[in-house]
Design a protein around this ligand. Structure first.
Ligand SMILES: Cc1cc2nc3c(=O)[nH]c(=O)nc-3n(C[C@H](O)[C@H](O)[C@H](O)COP(=O)(O)OP(=O)(O)OC[C@H]3O[C@@H](n4cnc5c(N)ncnc54)[C@H](O)[C@@H]3O)c2cc1C
Length: 416
């Protein structure tokens, strides 16, 4: 039985672990957190991500976790809604707001039903083990002062955007968009929560608000609270950046972009604000995702921009391709590392979609950045949105534009 050690039980690591264990490999999943709800994790799951879960046979698992299906995409320019696009449902698949921690826990619990799967929660991978020729042969991990070596035929790094394994392997990450400006990597996102207004109890719109030089979005989350994301200037020091922001009356800044009833609600609940959680936006892709014995997947290989919630999607789709490629490598060959060609084939299959999606995210961000420039761009867009936003053709144009971000760019199916 081949043995795969996976660092990180985010969407990429957890889904890959389940699929490989289902294929009969011995899988050791090592996660530094002691529980899945310890850190705030992204909540937006686009149709491509949901379809990937269904491909993995996780429809019932998904249906059992707390989630809300998005009902519409609402666009406010100034303090008025200029366009509402109803969230389409394609074969029962639509955008969801999920409790990611619950989803990860459910995926891992499914894997735990298999005798060839083991989970180490609270263990942090600190080192790579290598043989004399430099091939990765496992990892070292620590937990509360105890250290342990995990030997493996292949190590998969699903340890996220700041991947330690990427650094240990000496693999570089190339920042996107390779010098173009403005880029998604030049902003960060602050996430807050408020109690949700009653008006949003029975619908789940994703509300994007645009003002001159300011953009934010909110949606009623799976837990019934209102999740607000505010796009802020990139800061190299989160704490410094946050302190600067606190000098501004942020609730007032939101309120001014909203119709009177919602604005009053925001002002009234000013003191109930929870957060913020700072999302340090990193966008990039490693020119090389593997070295012999080690493969990077998910954010470790290609951190995504936050617009249109692509991070979980791409991580889940990576997992499917890893499972397909590993199964094609012959499960019977014991004690042989997964071949370098297989690891390279995974990158070759996934990278075109990653690059295409990052390009679409950048194009979308450029548009938003342009139309929020004070003066003609903002006023012009406001006029156009007021005139055409209510017509179905304008809504369909927007939806058509979003197709790749909603459904993925290339077909990804699990070979059973
Ligand atoms: C605040 C925030 C909001 C976001 N919102 C969204 C959203 O709405 N939709 C969306 O699609 N994406 C969103 N994202 C991005 C999305 O969460 C990531 O793109 C996605 O989770 C990537 O999955 P991953 O498995 O590659 O990495 P991660 O989800 O980052 O998982 C990595 C895991 O590895 C563990 N780990 C790290 N280092 C080690 C180590 N040395 N040893 C052991 N374990 C380790 C971490 O604890 C973590 O559990 C958001 C991200 C943040 C930070």
């Amino acid at each position: 039985m081949k043995h795969v050690a996976i660092a990180g039980a985010g969407p990429a690591g957890a889904a890959t672990a389940l699929l490989l264990a289902q294929q009969g490999m011995k899988v050791t999943l090592i996660e530094q957190e002691t529980a899945f709800d310890r850190v705030f994790r992204g909540e937006g799951l686009m149709p491509a991500g949901l379809a990937a879960l269904y491909e993995m046979g996780l429809k019932e698992t998904f249906e059992a976790i707390p989630a809300r299906q998005l009902t519409s995409w609402d666009f406010y320019v100034g303090s008025q809604r200029r366009m509402r696009v109803i969230e389409p449902e394609n074969k029962g698949v639509a955008t969801q707001i999920i409790n990611q921690g619950a989803l990860l826990k459910a995926i891992v619990e499914k894997a735990q039903q298999l005798p060839n799967f083991e989970l180490f929660l609270g263990w942090q991978v600190t080192e790579l083990s290598r043989d004399e020729s430099g091939v990765v042969t496992g990892v070292q991990a620590v937990c509360e002062g105890e250290s342990r070596a995990f030997a493996a035929d292949c190590v998969i790094a699903g340890d996220g955007r700041y991947s330690r394994l990427r650094k240990l392997a000496g693999l570089e990450m190339q920042r996107f968009p390779w010098k173009a400006t403005p880029s998604p990597a030049q902003f960060d996102v602050l996430w807050f929560k408020l109690p949700a207004p009653m008006s949003l109890a029975h619908e789940t719109p994703f509300v994007a608000c645009l003002q001159p030089n300011s953009q934010f979005a909110f949606y009623p989350s799976w837990d019934g609270r209102l999740q607000i994301g505010w796009i802020v200037e990139k800061s190299t020091q989160h704490k410094g950046g946050l302190a600067k922001l606190k000098e501004r009356d942020w609730i007032e800044a939101f309120a001014q972009a909203l119709p009177a009833d919602l604005a009053a609600y925001f002002r009234q609940h000013k003191d109930d604000l929870e957060g913020p959680i700072y999302l340090d936006v990193q966008v990039g892709c490693c020119p090389q995702w593997s070295i012999p014995g080690l493969l990077l997947i998910g954010d470790a290989a290609h951190p995504m921009a936050p617009n249109r919630a692509q991070g979980i999607n791409m991580a889940l789709r990576d997992a499917i391709v890893v499972a397909n490629q590993f199964s094609s490598d012959g499960l019977g060959l014991d004690n042989q590392p997964i071949s370098a060609q297989v690891l390279q084939a995974i990158q070759a299959e996934r990278q075109p979609e990653i690059m295409a999606v990052q390009k679409m995210q950048l194009a979308e961000w450029r548009k938003v950045e342009f139309i929020s420039r004070p003066g003609l761009p903002y006023l012009g867009f406001k006029a156009v949105a007021s005139l055409f936003g209510r017509f179905t053709f304008a809504q369909n144009i927007w939806l058509h534009d979003q197709k790749g971000l909603r459904e993925g760019v290339l077909p990804v199916h699990l070979n059973r």
